[in-house]
Design a binder for this molecule. Structure first.
Ligand code: BGC
Length: 441
């Protein structure tokens, strides 16, 4: 692989870093915002979740925008939105402006969660596409861990404005970086800039045979004219949408963000008494999440997407069943608490090398070029709606169903996901993007 391709993917992956940072940072900041603005519980919850509403709005329109103005310019715009949102939140005089700032940040996340994986997959040679799109997930996890650490660093003085404002730094890098990045060759073919498109393809790989095979497959794929939503009437494209939306929802309803967003609370349920110990445990969650993503980067193009998904989901199932079992005991102390905590780490680690990166990868791969922007937008939108619902109702579920049942429900959904992957999802390892087909029975 050329260093150039790695550079392009890394700059785009900054969108993932901001995604992780901006979703993670609020967990620490909220404690101090609540105090400064004397927030009611209602407003406190809304200050946390308003970013997800922005993500829903941003992801709904991002694909259409990326099809209209190009992948590169859309990511550049995402950088500007991130910057504006970070500045508004950091310098806010009051709660309403903070809410507006966080909503704007959410729009930036929504944009980048659609366009960054899409762009990376379109500029990657087939043989390393899995690793490069997984780099995006790696950046998300770096952002989440970075947020926990920055929160920790500023917590002693309660500097929440600095916590939120820190996102200005990666936003600027993304903006400046995208000025120098190329447009995706696939998008260039789509809008008829053939010679520029060919040049870009040749910068990706020096294998001329591969380039011309790729060009042919792109042209073939473009013969089907894009017709917005009507494209999904073609059975294979409709099925790709069904697979994309389902995978995106399953990534959320198997519970990952209960641990990412509510980790410290869960640790306290499992017997860690002090605030600082539970925040420290959360840093460990962030580290495991980040490190285990490297496993995906290494293996996803070697063993393929589906084997990693099976292994990760099996581990998640075992971990969740154990956590539920531990919570079913009357007292969670001593070794039982340790088992619950280790299972939590196992759960996050297994997610990190499977459902985490591979869902973003697959939804960037399964749509034919004319329907790719819209297909990714709709799948990502579903992901954010799933995220919103799970994180909104987690504490209510614990209240109504009890802890064991809540975790067993997530475990059952891991089984559903395994069956879904087995029966519906194509293996896309090393295939040229345009040659990936979903099977219509
Ligand atoms: C998911 C996020 C999650 C993150 C955790 C991403 O793939 O979409 O919802 O917070 O992984 O690393």
């Amino acid at each position: 692989m050329r260093p150039y391709v790695l550079l392009v993917a890394s700059v785009a992956a900054l969108g993932g870093l901001l995604f992780g940072y901006d979703t993670g940072v609020i967990s620490g900041a909220i404690l101090f915002i609540t105090k400064d603005f004397s927030l009611s519980t209602r407003l406190q919850e809304f200050t946390i979740s308003v970013v997800l509403l922005g993500c829903i709005a941003g992801s709904a329109v991002a694909g259409t925008i990326a099809d209209a103005i190009g992948r590169r310019l859309t990511l550049f715009t995402a950088g500007i939105i991130f910057l504006a949102g970070a500045l508004a939140s950091a310098f806010t005089p009051d709660e309403p402006v903070l809410l507006a700032g966080r909503f704007i940040v959410g729009i930036g996340i929504g944009f980048s969660s659609v366009v960054a994986p899409l762009y990376i997959s379109e500029v990657s040679p087939a043989a390393v596409r899995g690793a490069l799109v997984s780099l995006y997930q790696f950046a998300i996890t770096v952002g989440i861990l970075g947020a926990y650490l920055i929160d920790y660093a500023f917590a002693h003085a309660g500097l929440w404005r600095e916590m939120l404002g820190f996102a200005v730094v990666p936003s600027l890098v993304l903006i400046v970086g995208m000025i120098f990045m190329p447009e995706s060759p696939r998008y260039l073919f789509k809008v008829g800039h053939d010679s520029r498109a060919r040049d870009e393809l040749q910068r990706i790989t020096d294998d001329l045979d591969a380039t011309s095979r790729e060009e042919n497959s792109i042209r073939e794929s473009l013969k089907v004219k894009s017709a917005g939503f009507a494209a999904f009437k073609v059975p294979a494209v409709g099925l790709a949408l069904f697979i994309g939306v389902s995978l995106a929802v399953l990534q959320q309803v198997t519970g990952i963000n209960t641990v990412i967003y509510y980790g410290p609370q869960i640790f306290q349920m499992a017997g860690i008494a002090s605030n600082s110990a539970s925040i420290l445990a959360q840093t460990l969650v962030g580290t495991v999440n980040m490190l285990m993503t490297l496993v995906a980067i290494f293996f996803v193009d070697r063993v393929g997407r589906k084997p990693l998904l099976y292994a990760g989901l099996a581990g998640m199932f075992i971990a969740l069943t154990t956590i539920g079992g531990a919570f079913a005991q009357p007292h969670l102390s001593g070794s039982l608490g340790t088992i619950a905590l280790s299972s939590m780490m196992l759960y996050v680690g297994c997610f990190a090398f499977s459902l985490g990166p591979i869902v973003w990868l697959l939804i960037s791969e399964i749509f034919p070029l004319p329907a790719r922007g819209l297909g990714m937008s709709l799948s990502t939108l579903a992901n954010w709606v799933g995220n919103f619902l799970v994180s909104q109702f987690f504490l209510t579920m614990i209240d109504k169903l009890g802890r064991p049942l809540t975790f067993w429900l997530y475990a059952a959904l891991c089984v559903v996901t395994i069956v879904f992957v087995r029966t519906m999802v194509p293996e896309t390892k090393r295939e040229l993007l345009e040659e990936i087909r979903v099977q219509v029975a």
